[in-house]
Design a protein around this ligand. Sequence first.
Ligand SMILES: Cc1ncc(COP(=O)(O)O)c(C=O)c1O
Length: 417
Amino acid sequence: MLDSKLFPVCDGTLCCEGVSLEKLADKYGTPLFVVSRNSLVNQYEAFEKAFSGLDHFTFYSVKANFNLHVIRTLAERGCGCDVNSGGELYRALQAGVKPERIIMAGVGKTADDIEYGIRSGVLMLKAESSSELCVIDEIAGRLGVRASVGIRINPNVMAETHPYINTGDSKEKFGIDEADLDNVFAMIHTMEHVELTGLDMHIGSQIFDTEFYQAATEKLLDVLTAARTAGFAIRYFDVGGGFPVAYEPQRPATPIEHFADKLVPLLEKTDATILFEPGRFITANSAVLLTKVLYKKRNHAGKEFVIVDAGMTELIRPALYQSYHEIVAVHQHDSVMVADIVGPVCESGDFFARERTVDRVEEGELLAILSAGAYASVMSNNYNGRLRPAEVMVDGDEARLIRKRDTFEQLVQNEVL
Ligand SMILES: Cc1ncc(COP(=O)(O)O)c(C=O)c1O
């Protein structure tokens, strides 16, 4: 849910910080992502405060929202970046993040990604298979360096979340099985160009129950003992991201302090620097997606549809994960209706809400789709020839364009005639 201090209602109209969303829609058009800079800062600071007793470092997982201004806002406060590909590494470097503040994940890093990571001097590459370790060793050897490598463990903990964002279970593709670790340790001992500096896990996203983190952390602690016994000087103990946020009023997120209460006593035992990789926790509630009502129609069965100018091409979460997003009229209403809020894309899955009680908006009015700061604009695409939307960042009374809307020319620019 949005922080009503950062998204207040002023004179009957929803604002982002001190700027009216109506004015932003007039100036930049819709669909439009509007990000509150101070929300990003507050969430990052809340995270840091919760874990302040711990020797730790936070790497924002840029896959949640990789806009350069979002990354920069966090980096200016000392936050690092967790990147998942060469492209995300490029973005983090472009945003001014120092390589030693970057860690690189990815279950399928290409040789090019790995070489780029090593050449850039990232703090740690996180390997997810024996084959990847061999590629890292070979590339580091060619470059004449020893690569700092962490191994991602699959702790086989089945967290209660949507199956598509559960990553720490042995049925999923992520990480190296505990059962293979002895062989992996033995293999790393033979590698001249791999220095095993860290252990890593990431059990999934939007995890409400602290018990899952506790169980997985306990497993990673056992791996730490095994790795040290095998002679590795482990410096980094990375517990990943996945900390939850509230998308709906009825489902408040477990406060971050509860995770700290549970985890800090365990993590203090590691004698290592703890790494965190939060994404959603920092950005999810920092942004709204502004969209205009194009048409309303009622079918013979009496079902009401509100067709808006944003679609699954801008926010795919409802279609992909059946995710819930609050939707409110930008201009306040005192009457409601039950309707499906749907986009213009030619797919039945292109909806934001079904049979939802929403403000009784009319054609031409603006709706704000809330909690659109994570896994939203980053997944936007050009399906149906749609133009990826513009993005604006608000800081107090000031708004600045941080991403231009795509143009028709851009839709064809990479095609070779
Ligand atoms: C390796 C890794 N770290 C961190 C994250 C961030 O997760 P969240 O946004 O839930 O914090 C993800 C998300 O998929 C991930 O794959």
